[in-house]
Design a protein around this ligand. Structure first.
Ligand SMILES: [Fe+2]
Length: 404
């Protein structure tokens, strides 16, 4: 029987973002000297103090020292960086002449390494480049080394910066990495809570990009591979950070999910998380995690088939289940995973006051339309309020089982 192409796969798509080269596997970070030398001998390393204190920057610099490569370490990246922080990175990139930028850390560090790369070669202020492809000249060659398994920044061309607490993004093809080194050994010291939060950020990238209006056959295939690896690896990595097998699955899952949403998009869930971070500075991955099951449920009728597939990749036996029931099982499986890694299911558990809901809904629809336009189901202000109310209460139909 001929199968119809799902409507959200219609049209012509472009596959653009992925590092030119991906080096991966345990101890792959040792390749950094060889990779750097292809571009030159003067390196700017962009990182933060936490990553440095965890001994992860020295894993890079030890190799560079042994290879006789000159480097300067900028360790001033802040968590979820703002414009001021991005400007200080830009300044550092212009103070000396570099051949290559190496980002080492979580999403914030990698995003700031992208800023360093393009600001070293382009004039003006960081603020001029928010938006799509406004960076004029190629940046310095960029090498990205993630130390969390979440943001997927190593596989995207975006850099997220807070401006007056609103998350804005620079998208530029000059911020695609020449090389990403995905080494699970660089993630072993991540504490359990950060493992859980960043892992759920990766899962939200995979699932949201699959549900997106811009989903396509390549992005959704990458995403489902990511979902499978996360369902196999996240709890184990949370329980035992030294489990290299679990860490390896999570590291690759995060990169694949990044490549997925870079070629599709994230949707409502990231909008909800950004609104929470705008008003209450809720950490990005935590906000994405709490939002995820509600976003799946909100879009369930529009994406039954895709959610059934996701349930399968989350390890659910969907054989014999009707489609809607199977889709609801995907929501349940995500909730089960959140419980396994001890993350909250509701906004009340993280201390968000209920009376903030109208303001949160207003921020979502006024500041983050760019995420809502790709959501399969329309979201207006009233919808946004209802979604936040459900998130506050922890109310999920799929858990009650009453609506089949
Ligand atoms: Fe994210």
């Amino acid at each position: 029987m001929e199968r119809k192409i799902p409507s959200y796969f219609e049209g012509v798509h472009e596959y653009v973002s992925m590092p030119r080269k991906l080096v991966f596997g345990p101890d792959s970070v040792k390749q950094i000297g060889k990779e750097v030398k292809k571009f030159g001998n003067r390196v700017l390393i962009v990182t933060d103090e936490g990553v440095q204190k965890a001994g992860l920057v020295s894993k890079v610099t030890d190799v560079l020292l042994a290879e006789g490569v000159e480097f300067y370490v900028f360790n001033g990246v802040k968590m979820e960086p703002d414009l001021e922080n991005a400007r200080s990175v830009a300044k550092a990139s212009r103070e000396r002449s570099y051949d290559v930028v190496v980002g080492v850390g979580g999403g914030s560090c990698l995003d700031m390494a992208k800023v360093a790369t393009v600001m070293a070669t382009n004039d003006g202020d960081v603020e001029e480049y928010f938006g799509d492809e406004l960076v004029k000249r190629p940046g310095l060659p960029l090498i990205l080394i993630p130390t969390t398994s979440g943001s997927g920044s190593e596989a995207t061309k975006g850099s997220v910066i807070s401006v007056s607490d609103v998350k804005k993004v620079i998208f530029s093809r000059w911020m695609i990495a020449e090389v990403a080194i995905v080494d699970p050994m660089m993630t072993l010291t991540m504490p359990p809570k950060l493992t859980a939060i960043t892992g759920m950020d990766a899962l939200s990238h995979a699932i949201e990009s699959t549900l997106s209006k811009r989903s396509n056959i390549i992005s959704s295939t990458l995403a489902k591979g990511s979902v499978k690896l996360i369902s196999e690896g996240l709890e184990a990595a949370y329980r035992n950070g030294r489990d290299v097998n679990a860490r390896y699955r999570m590291a690759i899952a995060a990169t694949l999910a990044g490549a997925s949403f870079a070629n599709s998009s994230v949707i409502l869930g990231h909008g909800l998380s950004y609104a929470l971070s705008t008003l209450f500075h809720v950490p990005h991955g935590l906000g994405c995690s709490i939002a995820l099951p509600y976003v799946m449920e909100y879009n369930l009728q529009e994406r039954v088939e895709e959610l059934k597939d996701i349930a399968f990749y989350l390890g659910i036996n969907v054989g014999g289940l009707d489609d809607v029931k199977a889709a609801r099982m995907a929501v349940r499986a995500v909730v089960d995973l959140m419980r396994e890694v001890e993350l909250p299911l509701s906004l009340r558990e993280v201390g968000i006051p209920k009376d903030a809901i109208p303001k949160l809904a207003d921020i979502l629809v006024s500041k983050y339309q760019r995420l809502l336009v790709n959501n399969p189901r329309e979201v207006n202000y009233e919808d946004a309020k209802r979604i936040f109310e459900k998130m506050w209460e922890g109310e999920l139909e799929s858990l009650s089982g009453s609506k089949g």
